[in-house]
Design a binder for this molecule. Structure first.
Ligand code: C2E
Ligand code: CA
Ligand code: CA
Length: 555
């Protein structure tokens, strides 16, 4: 039926005379589709005649038909074809409307034919909806989400944000509990996230265990953070599925829409980038368009840092490490400083990471080692042979991995003429996480040069004392975060006490960092900590001032 009607319409359009024939012979009834002969009179378009199909379709009262016909007849065109619909949403009918002018009529007249396409349109809509729907959760899928996002972009001025939510460890749940439980979990997660959203927000399942949220926001971007927090809270309660109780956490990345964003896929990608970052930081993260700028700034810093190492803009300052009982100086920690050619001072907390990322830490580290040993040898000379202290140099994990560090240390000692016992090397826990066997080999190689090894920032990483036991570590440096506020925080006292107890059992020395008050130093001494370092004793000092401090304290 549909094909015949279509054929007829096409026929009417391609051969306008056939419309004429139909009209002249009064054979409108021969055609099974709605037809109307309309002409222009003073009052506008009017129906001259129509067939029964037209009456059955109740097209006569359609208010928007006449203006179309009037415009067509005024245009002088011979025929016109267009989609046309009538009725309210639920019973809406879709037609292909063809208008064909009757060439032999002196007055303006045409035949309007209506091919009903409602069934086709509905099928297509259902198909499109199914194609953009996730069958498990009934939510829009990735395609549907992109469509919704595109609509937001087209609307222009409205503010919106995209949140990408990725479940942690979902593939493991799925593997352990079976995909049926996995499916059940996803459905429940979807329901909970939905519950955390506001009525106008769109939730979609954009991937296996990834959900997308489209938020309309006022200009205040903190709304997106609030929604992110509500989603996390909603997932925080354990899930009870069959006999299991599951804890599900998630990473959330946020990207904001603005006037410059034109591509939905870009926004999704940005939110996913932020989401990856969130996996590491455990916080909801938003995508920074400025990421590129900061990458550029970092690159600029890398270039000038390279120059700084070559042109000796770097220097070392020395912070005393004191015996907490006697107050005598037992050593100095060498800390890098950088003043660039414009006189700008850069913080090690900023340039050391750049040096590590760029690999510049290798030449920088060698320079620091040489420079610290040269200074110590100089102090020895000035003291008439032996100044009585050691020097501690920080080693980055990168140096332990890449540089032939034991060989480098041996050469540096040889050049300075100092014994290995005068040098302490500070490594951080992050050096231990990669390959424990390799790090054990490297540290053993270092020990052969006679140096002492200190574990820096202890307590901030993941290692425990048991794992340290297997490594040739001589000193634990208790991180500043446990020392600051020690006197008012019982938990910190308990942690410090535990670290001290265990390190004594393992025969390690302890150094507390960041002692800003003498009373803190005294408390630490009472708890059994042997050495300390911090502003209470001295800030990091220029070599000359450090030597003066040493002579005064140890006189
Ligand atoms: P770190 O090894 O933990 O060094 C101790 C940091 O604490 C130093 O910061 C020091 O100035 C600061 N500090 C000392 N006493 C106090 C105190 O009482 N209160 C407070 N609030 N801070 C105190 P700095 O010099 O900015 O160094 C930062 C970090 O940069 C160092 O942390 C170290 O990890 C790294 N670093 C510095 N120089 C080098 C180097 O030559 N090589 C390598 N690989 N890393 C270095
Ligand atoms: Ca250190
Ligand atoms: Ca430290």
């Amino acid at each position: 039926m549909a094909t015949r009607a279509t054929w007829l319409t096409r026929h009417l359009v391609t051969l306008p005379e056939s419309a004429d024939v139909i009209a002249n012979q009064g054979s409108l009834e021969l055609v099974p589709i709605p037809l109307a002969l309309m002409s222009l009179s003073k009052g506008g378009a009017r129906f001259e005649t129509f067939n029964r199909a037209f009456t059955r379709a109740r097209l006569i009262d359609e208010p928007n038909l006449k203006p179309i016909v009037e415009a067509f007849l005024a245009s002088g065109a011979e025929n016109e074809e267009r989609d046309w619909q009538t009725g309210a949403v639920v019973e809406r009918r879709h037609y292909r409307l063809t208008l064909s002018r009757l060439p032999h009529r002196a007055d303006q007249a045409c035949i309007a034919s209506f091919v009903d396409q409602t069934a086709e349109v509905r099928t297509e809509e259902t198909l499109r909806r199914e194609m953009s729907t996730d069958s498990l959760t009934g939510l829009p899928n990735r395609g549907g989400f992109t469509d919704a996002l595109e609509a937001s972009i087209v609307q222009g001025n409205a503010c919106w944000a995209v949140l990408m939510v990725d479940l942690d460890r979902f593939s493991r749940f799925n593997a352990c509990l079976g995909s049926l439980t996995g499916d059940e979990l996803l459905i429940t997660v979807a329901r909970r996230i939905k519950g955390a959203l506001r009525s106008g927000d769109t939730l979609a399942r954009t991937g296996g265990d990834e959900f997308g949220v489209l938020l309309t926001i006022d200009s205040d971007r903190s709304e997106a953070d609030q929604v992110a927090r509500r989603i996390r809270d909603a997932l925080a309660t354990p899930f009870r599925l069959s006999e299991y109780e599951l804890r599900v956490s998630c990473a959330i990345g946020i990207a904001f829409g603005d006037a410059e964003v034109t591509d939905a896929e870009d926004v999704i990608r940005h939110a996913q980038v932020a989401m990856k970052k969130s996996k590491a930081t455990k916080n909801a993260e938003s995508y920074q368009t400025r990421a590129l700028d900061s990458a550029r700034a970092e690159f600029a810093m890398e270039t000038s840092l390279r120059r700084a190492i070559e042109s000796e803009q770097l220097n070392l300052v020395y912070q005393p490490i004191c015996d907490l009982q006697t107050g005598r100086v037992s050593g100095f920690e060498a800390l890098a400083r950088w003043t660039d050619e414009h006189g700008v001072r850069h913080e090690p907390s900023r340039f050391i990471p750049v040096a590590e990322e760029s690999g510049l830490i290798v030449p920088l580290g060698r320079w620091a080692l040489d420079s610290a040993l040269r200074t110590l040898a100089d102090w020895d000379r000035r003291s008439g042979g032996y100044c009585g202290v050691t020097v501690s140099v920080n080693l980055s994990p990168i140096q332990l991995q890449r540089d032939a560090i034991a060989e480098v240390v041996r050469c540096a000692l040889q050049d300075s003429g100092l014994a290995g016992a005068r040098l302490k090397l500070e490594i951080t826990e992050s050096a231990l996480i990669n390959d424990p066997d390799q790090i054990a080999r490297v540290l053993t190689g270092l020990k052969e040069t006679g140096v002492t090894i200190a574990m820096d920032d202890f307590g901030t990483g993941f290692s425990n004392l048991a794992s340290l036991q297997k490594l040739p570590i001589d000193i634990l440096k208790i991180d500043r975060s446990f020392v600051t506020g020690l006197l008012t925080d019982r938990d910190k006292v308990a942690i410090v006490r535990a670290i001290l107890g265990l390190s004594q059992a393992l025969g390690m020395e302890t150094v507390a960092e960041g002692i800003e008050g003498i009373d803190v130093g005294q408390t630490l001494a009472a708890l059994g900590c042997t050495f300390g370092q911090g502003y209470a004793y001295a800030r990091p000092l220029e070599p000359g001032a450090a030597y003066a401090f040493l002579r005064e304290r140890n006189a």
